[in-house]
Design a protein around this ligand. Structure first.
Ligand SMILES: C[S@@+](CC[C@H](N)C(=O)[O-])C[C@H]1O[C@@H](n2cnc3c(N)ncnc32)[C@H](O)[C@@H]1O
Length: 239
């Protein structure tokens, strides 16, 4: 992987994975978070969910953790005037909390479900919850194309049941789960495709052209397999 070329595409985008403000709002309503609540956005990327999280806790505080420097910079820029939103350029493995909500959109697979939940348990407040979106097969008989869609990602692709089993095995319970919508995926891919168009129009190196081709292929592959696989959003608490 040519990371410079990859990050030429993955830069100046509103978000780095599928998701919508309404997903954040659904979680907030479900767990009944207080407006004074303390929230962590673990693997916040460029901060695509911070505004929706801020709406959940207008008198509270948000810590975003992210390890890619230009995502840290982008997220900080978005909330430069808000002292209650702090973006920490460190690993989400080191959370101390206590948090009423640890939100993690598309980042838990870097630690593994069991690894993330084990690591974050001590960083939750008494009534705290973790909400995370995670790759999921919606069928027990996936096509090769659906399996291939996740080939480059760390960890194996799971069904909702295998993820629920993994959650239960480390002593947590699922409060609710729902799949991310097609609109959530469009919120990720549409700006990325627009960035690819803009980069191409300006002229790119061979390496960046290859990264653009990979991004276009990913978006088109997703459309082909969206009925078989996607992201599931899980809301969980220690049992
Ligand atoms: C698929 S992106 C999602 C970003 C963001 N949550 C969003 O939805 O736009 C996953 C993010 O997790 C970050 N990440 C991976 N491992 C991490 C770690 N150990 N600590 C903090 N962030 C991490 C990546 O750099 C990346 O920005």
């Amino acid at each position: 992987m040519d990371w410079d070329a990859f990050f030429a595409v993955h830069r100046d985008l509103p978000r780095e994975g599928p998701g919508l403000a309404e997903d954040v709002a659904w979680v907030g309503g479900l767990i009944g978070i207080s407006p004074q609540g303390q929230v962590c956005d673990a693997g916040c990327g460029p901060g695509g969910d911070l505004a929706a999280l801020r709406q959940l806790v207008p008198q509270g505080r948000i810590d975003g953790f992210e390890t890619v420097p230009h995502f840290v910079e982008a997220a900080r820029k978005r909330f430069a005037g808000d002292p209650s939103v702090r973006i920490v350029g460190e690993s989400m493995e080191g959370l101390s909390g206590p948090y009423d909500l640890i939100w993690s959109a598309g980042a838990v697979y870097f630690l593994g479900v069991a690894g993330a939940l084990n690591t974050w348990r001590a960083a939750l407040s008494d009534q705290g919850a973790v909400a995370f979106s995670h790759p999921c097969l919606f069928t027990d008989t996936p096509s090769e194309a659906a399996l291939a869609f996740w080939e480059a990602e760390p960890g194996g692709i799971e069904t909702e049941q295998t993820t629920r089993d993994e959650i239960a095995a480390v002593g947590w319970r699922v409060l609710a789960a729902r799949p991310l919508s097609d609109a959530a995926w469009a919120a990720y891919y549409e700006p990325m495709m627009a960035r690819c168009d803009a980069l191409e129009a300006a002229g790119v190196s061979e390496a960046v052209a290859a990264a653009i081709a990979a991004a276009r292929k990913e978006a088109s592959d997703w459309r082909a397999v969206a009925h078989e696989t996607g992201y599931m959003l899980y809301v969980v608490r220690p049992a």
